[in-house]
Design a protein around this ligand. Structure first.
Ligand code: PSU
Ligand code: MN
Length: 315
């Protein structure tokens, strides 16, 4: 078994840990993992690569080392070069890869942009406990028929990483997503609000199952959870900053329209989340992209402070 902040020995053979990330982990300094599906399949170029660089800078400004994660040429990359970020942002050969895809991409030497699920897994293998993203996957609307439930939820149930996100997009069924998280023993905790946030909007209409007021409190929760031997992840929901939000009443019809367009195209499976994100950017004339970038930056700042608080407790 790997201990916290220790690189998993078998994974080390297929992993390239950036020297800066390796040094921070070895010294017990805070590190924040970042995903790459959001770059390759979540935003258009060039905003995607600008966001990726910018979010790394935000993590640094708040006292932690960023580790953007992807699979390149079959190698698990933890911490990327500027050229690698550019490749992820532009190369159409980069697949969206979740946990199920990881062994294939590694075995066949492909390029993969990692989702929340596969990023969590690689972060855990590297000994990173805190991860910032935009929004997490969840239970899709109509999942009773389609059974489309993101592997992000499965990974949250089993992998010891805290994911900081702006909650769950209302392209999903938020109520059912919270039910699945409860069933799987995953604390869904909102920072500074009694209401669970809905990505573009601060409010979702769903009470947050749990609430903390500060990153220090959240760090104590992580420490308590893993000290008690309760394995698995934590979802820390961080509402989008007020000045950047699109209120629920305004975004809901746009989401309904994007869902209807998707149904007309007959899209299913892994194509759905990228399609919906892109379609909502078109429908809102780019406003949802501005919101998306603002909330990722905010999550990166919170994750960096959380990682610093957690590193102090874990030392
Ligand atoms: N939410 C966003 N942007 C994204 C994603 C989610 O606002 O790019 C990506 C994340 O990588 C997440 C994935 O893990 O979509 C979920 O995909 P699926 O629903 O196919 O599991
Ligand atoms: Mn899915």
């Amino acid at each position: 078994m790997s201990t916290p902040h220790t690189l998993h020995p078998a994974a080390a053979q297929v992993m390239d840990l950036h020297s800066e990330v390796a040094a921070a982990l070895a010294a017990g300094r805070p590190v924040v993992a970042l995903e790459s599906t959001i770059i390759s399949h979540g935003m258009p170029y060039p905003q995607n690569v600008e966001m990726a660089r910018d979010v790394e800078a935000v993590v640094r400004e708040h006292g932690a080392t960023p580790a953007t994660i992807a699979v390149l040429g079959g190698r698990l990359k933890v911490g990327l070069t500027p050229a690698e970020l550019e490749l992820l942002a532009t190369d159409p050969g980069v697949q969206k890869i979740s946990t199920r895809d990881l062994p294939v991409t590694v075995a066949l030497g492909g390029h993969g942009a990692t989702t929340v699920a596969s990023t969590m897994r690689i972060a855990a293998l590297a000994g990173i406990r805190v991860f910032a993203t935009g929004g997490t996957g969840g239970v899709h609307r109509g999942a009773g028929e389609s059974m489309d439930i993101s592997a992000d939820l499965t990974e949250l149930a089993r992998t010891d990483v805290c994911v900081v996100s702006a909650g769950v997009k209302s392209i999903l069924d938020i109520g059912l997503t919270l039910e699945v998280l409860e069933t799987q023993g995953v604390p869904a905790i909102t920072l500074g609000s009694e209401e669970f946030p809905a990505f573009y909007s601060r409010r979702s209409g769903f009470a947050s199952p749990l609430t903390v007021q500060t990153e220090a409190e959240a760090a104590r929760v992580l420490h308590a959870k893993w000290s008690l031997g309760l394995s698995g992840g934590v979802l820390l929901a961080n509402p989008v900053p007020e000045e950047a939000e699109i209120p629920a009443a305004e975004i809901t019809p746009h989401i309904e329209r994007a869902l209807a367009d998707m149904a007309a195209l007959g899209l299913t499976g892994k194509a759905t989340t990228p399609y919906l994100l892109g379609r909502i950017v078109e429908i809102t004339g780019g406003r949802s992209l501005t919101t998306n970038i603002a909330l990722v930056r905010h999550n990166a700042a919170v994750a960096a402070r959380l990682a610093a608080e957690y590193a102090a407790l874990a030392a």
